[in-house]
Write a protein that binds this ligand. Structure first.
Ligand SMILES: [Zn+2]
Length: 413
């Protein structure tokens, strides 16, 4: 119960949930006709669709604080990749749990994760009860034993249709770390299996130059040549996209996941999101990872997207709060082909309840502004995924532990 906010409407009332989906949206008075078991929220609470964190590397929580203020290529080559070669299966589970718990408790009902040891990450997602799209990162133009291409296909086959909440994806690393041949093979596999392809593109100057040198193509042209540029492609970053690439990408139906905080910090720039959106591309938001951004908070990501686009374009009329909220909800749902992102009957019961009984939520006239500019992840009191309450008042119900107990356990690891 509370103020129900989605991209289409703002109402006061109650959301009735049954069997994993939203059954009805009713007034508080009508609620008594439904014989409900439990009621959450109330006066001063905001209920919003679960936020879709459309690009994450949750296990990178382990690297929080490493390589601060380095540019992306130095950060990746000198800090992150050497550290990643040290991963063990057991360790990855612990850190994936930490990053994922953080994302969930802060209001992400869905994550779209791209990482090594994907099977371990999928198991962690099951423990927490979060909705998770997970892909095993693969590369073949550099020698990286934990990114073997075969493992990506193997993981997909193992998890396809296995779990209601875990969906495997194909996760080629980027346009410069995956050969055109392998990308073609991934495209064919994806068409046969109706799979999503999750890939970084145009995230550094070095990547753009390398793809040009190798194939004479831009990253988007490379994706088109490989036959993967279409509506099952979830591309990430795109900070060096040229004007013709923006048009080609927007026309293809692919999604661009905007991780403005991560790219602003690592490369001092952000993607041409406004141009992409104006030309019809679907936009989603993602936290990327606890390194470099510091925390997995989808509200923070919305706030930065709203502000950084204004700075980048030197215009204050771009990225209004309501539009940014749409990217974080409907945009993410569309990218992952989920019937989610709106609070209406028949949609997935992935919901977030924010406790707005605080002075900074007054006055209450503009809920989109409140969600983007006044809310923090720590205001989230309850998270429901697929009709199940998985987080409530600091407790991760899947684990039966509070966030503080998790901290206590993992700090000694
Ligand atoms: Zn990434």
């Amino acid at each position: 119960m509370g103020k129900i906010v989605d991209y289409h409407s703002v109402r006061t009332g109650a959301v009735v949930v049954e069997n994993g989906t939203i059954m009805a949206v009713v007034s508080s008075d009508e609620l008594r006709h439904y014989g409900v078991d439990e009621v959450y929220g109330g006066d001063g609470y905001i209920i919003l669709p679960g936020l879709v964190n459309a690009h994450t590397h949750v296990a990178m929580a382990k690297f929080r604080g490493l390589g601060e203020d380095f540019p992306i290529e130095r950060w990746l080559n000198d800090v992150i990749w050497p550290a990643e070669l040290e991963w063990t299966r057991k360790e990855i589970r612990r850190w994936a749990l930490l990053g994922m718990a953080e994302a969930l408790a802060n209001g992400s009902t869905t994550i779209n994760d791209h990482y090594f040891f994907a099977g371990e990450i999928a198991e962690v997602a099951k423990e927490l009860g979060i909705r998770a799209f997970i892909g095993q990162t693969v590369m073949d133009t550099i020698d990286f034993p934990i990114a073997e291409p075969e493992e990506g296909f193997r993981f997909f086959k193992e998890w396809a249709g296995k779990d209601e909440l875990v969906t495997p994806t194909l996760a080629p690393h980027a346009t410069n770390t995956v050969s055109l041949e392998l990308m073609r093979e991934i495209g064919e596999f994806a068409r046969e299996r109706n799979a999503l392809i999750h890939v970084h593109l145009s995230q550094s100057r070095g990547e753009v130059l390398e793809v040009k040198r190798r194939y004479g193509l831009s990253p988007v042209e490379y994706l088109e040549r490989a036959g993967v540029l279409g509506d099952n492609l979830v591309g990430v970053h795109g900070i060096y996209l040229g004007d013709s690439e923006v048009s080609l990408y927007a026309k293809s139906g692919a999604t661009l996941v905007h991780c403005s905080l991560s790219m602003a910090k690592l490369e001092g720039r952000i993607a041409p999101i406004i141009e992409l959106a104006e030309r019809g591309a679907n936009i989603a938001l993602g936290n990327d990872s606890p390194n470099p951004v510091g925390m997995m908070d989808p509200f923070e990501e919305m706030r930065f997207a709203a502000v950084l686009n204004k700075v980048w374009r030197k215009r204050t009329d771009v990225a209004p709060a309501k539009e940014v909220f749409r990217w974080a909800t409907l945009g993410g749902a569309r990218a992952l082909k989920l019937k989610a992102g709106l609070i209406k009957p028949g949609y997935l019961a992935d919901l977030v309840v924010v406790n707005a009984r605080k002075p900074r939520f007054l006055p209450g006239e503009n809920p989109y502004s409140h969600i983007v500019y006044s809310t923090r992840g720590s205001d989230v009191e309850l998270v429901m995924v697929n009709g199940e309450v998985v987080y409530k008042n600091g407790i991760l119900l899947g684990l039966g532990k509070t966030l503080e107990e998790l901290w206590e356990e993992l700090r000694l690891f």
